[in-house]
Write a protein that binds this ligand. Structure first.
Ligand code: FPP
Ligand code: MG
Length: 403
């Protein structure tokens, strides 16, 4: 049965969601002090006048590639990856190029580019560039090309993400990722760890080259959050209530912060005001939380082949994700298993079975849906454009992964 709002954990989860999305509480996750944003506004005014090319006022053009059907905007179907095809097609080439430029060590280059093989979904650059275009349209009421700095943020977000995955594969001693042997299987761990550091180092140089202190702060926050989130995952909380908060907080830091802050960075670069920066941050945060909940759900229901990595992997790693935490309500015998991180023989199999017997999967789905719906709602408040529609469709894509 889906969460009706009566389940104790679901109520807590929904409270957490509300607390983090109401306007008053935007600041819980963002450093949106007014002086911070005044500085941005001043700087961006100057930035815009020099960087945004002067484009003659044009009427709204909905014949952009990636949209089809004629008729009113509300009837248009937008395919995010097609819509941004031109903007996304070179992301991996640029990343590989910047990693080539900064080292003469061939094996460092080879290891650090192993995951930049063009086969990833590039969901983070896609979302960042979609928000950039939607914000540019919202602010200027016309189709403004991406700023070079916004394009760079899309690329940087993928580099930070991949650096963290490389470190994660070493920590998790992973076997496979995206349907191929994971990087730690291919090369020795010391070299692999440094290849992750190298990607992060080059990403940091690219951030510095943007010469925008506020964007630097926002993107540095992502790296800190990733480390905090990964560290938080190493510990469990004794009390059930604390455990869910801990899980959501960890999920924000490990997954949602990168989406929220990259989106916020491109919005800052668009010259947006504080309210718009908060809106885009909240869109990314909700989308990121929904995305991770779907991922945690798929770990219980999808086949290994579909995921490109083994399933029930989280339990095997000792991790209690949302489906298990919800299942605890019906099956308290899961509590000691969570505390010992499913280490005793038979724990993983028993926990897997109990999750399937409980309504933990339904509750997780329900919560993911709530987060995605909030992203959906926030995107609807922006000026109608193919890119705004792309943001709406993206929230839907995240949900469709679990169908
Ligand atoms: C995937 O987790 C891992 C992350 C999203 C972040 C990992 C973060 C670190 C290792 C901290 C260091 C950060 C940097 C930037 C170097 P997962 O194991 O749940 O997902 P998976 O199934 O895809 O491996
Ligand atoms: Mg992992």
């Amino acid at each position: 049965m889906a969460c009706t709002g009566t389940s104790r954990l679901c109520v807590r989860a929904c409270q957490w969601r509300k607390c983090s999305i109401t306007k008053k509480n935007y600041s819980f996750f963002s450093d949106s002090s007014s002086s911070f944003f005044q500085t941005i506004k001043k700087r961006e005014k100057c930035h815009q006048s020099t960087v945004i090319p002067a484009i003659a006022t044009v009427s709204r053009n909905y014949s952009t590639s990636g949209t089809y059907q004629t008729g009113p905007m509300s009837n248009y179907e937008v395919q995010p990856y097609t819509l941004l095809e031109n903007d996304l097609k070179d992301v991996y080439t640029y990343i590989r190029g910047s990693l080539r430029q900064n080292t003469h060590l061939d094996d460092l280059y080879e290891i650090s580019t192993y995951y930049f093989d063009g086969k990833g979904k590039a969901i983070r650059p896609m979302i960042a560039l979609m928000m950039a275009k939607a914000m540019n349209y919202h602010i200027h009421k016309e189709d403004i090309p991406l700023l070079p700095s916004q394009r760079e943020v899309g690329m940087i977000s993928e580099m930070i993400h991949t650096a963290s995955l490389i470190h994660d594969d070493v920590i998790d001693q992973s076997d496979s990722r995206r349907g191929k042997p994971s990087v730690n299987v291919m090369w020795n761990q010391k070299k692999v760890t440094m290849a992750g550091d190298y990607i992060l180092a080059v990403a940091s140089m690219l951030i510095a080259k943007l010469r925008n202190n506020d964007v630097t702060l926002v993107l540095s926050q992502v790296v800190n959050d990733l480390v905090q989130g990964e560290f938080m995952q190493l510990g469990s909380k004794e009390s059930e209530n604390e455990r869910f908060d801990h899980y959501l907080n960890k999920t924000y830091k490990k997954t949602a912060s990168l989406m929220a802050n990259s989106i916020k960075a491109v919005t800052i670069l668009a010259g947006a005001d504080e309210e718009l920066c908060n809106l885009s941050f909240a869109y990314g945060k909700n989308l990121g939380l929904g995305f991770q909940l779907v991922d945690d759900l798929l770990d219980f229901v999808a086949s290994s082949a579909a995921m490109g990595k083994p399933t029930a992997a989280d339990l095997k790693l000792g991790l209690a994700t949302a489906p298990v935490l919800f299942a605890c309500e019906k099956f308290p015998e899961l509590n000691p298993m969570i505390m010992r991180r499913f280490q005793e023989p038979g724990d993983v199999e028993r926990a897997f079975e109990l999750v399937h017997k409980s309504d933990g999967l339904e509750q997780t789905k329900y919560l993911a849906k709530k987060y995605c719906e909030e992203s959906f709602r926030l995107a609807q408040t922006l000026t109608e454009s193919p890119y705004q529609k792309g943001l709406i469709v993206t929230a839907d894509y995240v949900l469709k992964r679990m169908k």
